[in-house]
Design a protein around this ligand. Structure first.
Ligand code: AMP
Ligand code: TRP
Length: 330
């Protein structure tokens, strides 16, 4: 069975962009593949952070993933810092990653532009990501579109290591992205990708009222000034995209015809979306609330996940060290 690996930073709430672009796919794929899902807290510390907040958010992220349908009996869900082999392999990969490849990563350039002082960890972020994936020798990585460049780097690292240390039969597979049709969800501002750092998100476990407060002013077709103007759903960056994700096909058809025919105003369209959206998210919100009331259970699931992941991680590091001339800890 092929292996899939994916990761998510505990740097903010789980939002519907993460959900549609990645997490929903993980839930669907966990039946077909041997699945590893990691809350990547070592990645989250590459920018300034507060330790107590990170601890809380790590558990909250795991809670959100469990509530969204990651099933620990089918997938291995764990926290990166609980499996020390991730950072060990990252060091090894640092010695095989050309600096130029790291400097041209767009996410690095974006994030570096927002920092007063740029730490080496931010530059080396994608090396740790390569280690995450290759530690499990995963072939497929279900992610959103923004991760494609990082995965190219993972393939460079795999290729470089293989060429140097396993030219006979490549030890590491070259991991491929697995995208969904919802690979890039636009934020409520109608401009940037939905992202916690921009504040244009809808949280996966947000209350119906709070979701409505965000949907009501969300950007629609900019050419549609008033209700009597015909709209173009394809030019409506947010609402129509979300209708297609959350509403049944006949509603999507109705929305489309009512928009083009100026029969519905944007508020009516948003109300219909709100109804479908909250119905879809209600079970996730309920499960998240039940899990949040029992943090010890979440921690126990994560400990068990880390133990399972470590069995594979140790075996890979054993092979890596043997081939690289590095003695192991006794
Ligand atoms: P992050 O929250 O940046 O750790 O991202 C976790 C996962 O969600 C990654 O696979 C991202 O590619 C995906 N993702 C994040 N934001 C979006 C978005 N707006 N649309 C689609 N996928 C996204
Ligand atoms: N960089 C990814 C993101 O921001 C998170 C991540 C870390 C990841 N390690 C990974 C994703 C390994 C996939 C595979 O979303």
């Amino acid at each position: 069975m092929s292996r899939i690996f994916s990761g998510i930073q505990p740097s903010g709430e789980l939002h519907i962009g993460n959900y549609l672009g990645a997490v929903k796919n993980w839930v669907a794929l966990q039946d077909q593949f041997e699945t590893f899902i990691c809350v990547v807290n070592y990645h989250a510390i590459t920018v300034p952070y507060a330790p107590d907040e990170l601890r809380t958010r790590t558990r909250e992220m795991a809670t959100g993933l469990l509530a969204a349908g990651i099933d620990p009996s089918r997938a291995t869900l764990f926290v990166q810092s609980q499996v020390p082999e991730h950072t060990e392999l990252a060091w090894v990969f640092n010695t095989l990653t050309p600096l130029g490849e790291l400097e041209r990563q767009t996410q690095f350039k974006d994030k570096a532009g927002r920092q007063e002082q740029i730490m080496a960890g931010l530059l080396n972020y994608p090396v740790l990501q390569a280690a995450d994936i290759l530690l499990y020798r995963a072939d497929l990585v279900p992610v959103g579109e923004d991760q494609i460049q990082h995965l190219e780097l993972s393939r460079v690292v795999a290729r470089n290591w293989n060429a140097r240390f396993s030219s006979d039969a490549p030890y590491f597979p070259e991991p491929q992205p697995r995208l969904t049709p919802m690979r890039r969800i636009v934020g409520l501002d109608g401009q940037a990708k939905m992202s916690k750092s921009i504040g244009n998100t809808i949280g996966l476990t947000e209350s119906p009222d709070s979701i409505w407060d965000k949907l009501r002013p969300a950007v629609t077709d900019p050419a549609r000034q008033k209700k009597t103007d015909a709209g173009d759903p394809e030019k409506c960056p947010v609402i129509y995209q979300l209708h297609r994700a959350f509403s049944p096909a006949d509603t999507v058809a109705e929305v489309e015809s009512n928009c083009r025919g100026a029969k519905w105003g944007c508020i009516e369209c948003k109300k219909s979306l709100h109804t479908n959206l909250i119905a879809d998210l209600a079970p996730i919100r309920e499960r998240a609330a039940a899990l949040a009331a029992n943090p010890a259970e979440v921690d126990a699931l994560l400990d068990a996940g880390a133990s399972k992941a470590r069995v594979v991680a140790r075996q890979t590091m054993h092979e890596v060290k043997a081939r690289m001339g590095l003695p192991e800890a006794q």
